[in-house]
Each structure stands twice: as structure tokens, then as C-alpha cells.
Design a protein around this ligand. Structure first.
Ligand code: ZN
Length: 174
């Protein structure tokens, strides 16, 4: 096992019974479904699992994932890097039908004796991917940007001009 990588086969319920917290790194090797989907992963990502039992004895896992993936902007078709930080509060269940017994606060985590933590983290990343990723500002054409600037200038003239770098000119002197 690589140093810092998430364990592949873990007894999550056992960890929850002991109140264990695990943090590990995520590399491309840990995220085969993302790679298969044509995404690049900026390494390393990370995931933290806080395992515990709740007041009713459920085995609960709180997962927090940090990952950066490269997707194609659907407007300009160039690459963009997205920072994703999905998190979830999950309760372990043995079978699909057990999900209906869970309170709404928990997401069902179907898991047997052994769980692959990077697989769980990957699922969270997949769920967090935007369907249609777009650059927030940078991919507009020069024309669009100019039009937008004019609009902004009308709406909030003082704010948009603040902080913009301009060449210093000495007016009125030759
Ligand atoms: Zn773009």
C-alpha cells in the first residue's frame, strides 16, 4: 500500500464502533471511473472518513472529499480545472431495502464486510460533477467581454473600475 493512500478493504462498521477517523490521498489510480469518463485528476486529492455509531446504534460515516478534476468547458471547449469538495453523511446498510428505514439525514451506504474507501470517495466526486461545466468568466470572446464591461460600467461603475490595472498617464502635459 502506498503511503497515505486510502485502504482498499476496510470493515467500516468495525471502524464506526471504535469511532475511527481516516484520511488518505486520492490519485488517478484510485479513481478509475473518473479516468474512464475521460477526466483528468489533479493529484493528489484527499478524503476523510469519520466513522462512528449514532444514538440508535447505526454505523455512520461522514465523508469529506477534496479533488480537482479537469473538464471541458461546454462553451469554449477548452480545459478547465474544477475544485470539488463533496461531503456526505452516510449510514451503512447491508441491503438496498434497508435504505427505507433510514432517517432523511443519512444517505444509504450499501456496504458488506469490507469497504473500498477510494471507491466511496470516487462515487462522491462523480455525483458532484457538473452536467455542463462552464468557465465563470475567462472563456468569453474579446467581443463578449467588451460588451459585458460596458454593461458592468453602467450598473456598478465604481466597483468594476476599482483594482483594474491601467497605465499611468499624465494628462495635459506634453
Ligand atoms: Zn470556457
Amino acid at each position: 500500500m502506498k503511503t497515505g493512500a486510502l485502504p482498499k478493504q476496510l470493515d467500516l462498521r468495525g471502524l464506526a464502533a471504535r469511532g475511527v477517523e481516516i484520511t488518505g490521498t486520492l490519485s488517478s489510480d484510485d479513481l478509475p471511473r473518473l479516468i474512464e469518463a475521460g477526466l483528468q485528476v489533479v493529484e493528489p486529492g484527499s478524503a476523510t472518513f469519520r466513522c462512528r455509531r449514532d444514538e440508535t446504534g447505526r454505523y455512520v460515516v461522514e465523508v469529506q472529499v477534496r479533488a480537482q478534476v479537469v473538464m471541458q468547458c461546454q462553451r469554449c471547449l477548452s480545459d478547465m480545472t474544477l475544485s470539488l469538495t463533496p461531503s456526505a453523511l452516510m449510514a451503512c446498510i447491508w441491503a438496498d431495502e434497508d435504505a427505507s428505514d433510514l432517517p432523511d439525514t443519512y444517505e444509504p451506504l450499501l456496504v458488506g464486510e469490507a469497504a473500498d474507501l477510494s471507491d466511496i470517495a470516487e462515487e462522491e466526486i462523480l455525483l458532484a460533477l457538473p452536467v455542463s461545466p462552464l468557465h465563470e468568466t475567462e472563456c468569453k470572446s474579446a467581443e463578449q467581454t467588451a460588451a459585458l464591461r460596458e454593461d458592468e460600467a453602467v450598473a456598478t461603475s465604481s466597483e468594476t473600475s476599482a483594482g483594474r490595472e491601467k497605465p499611468v498617464r499624465c494628462a495635459g502635459t506634453a
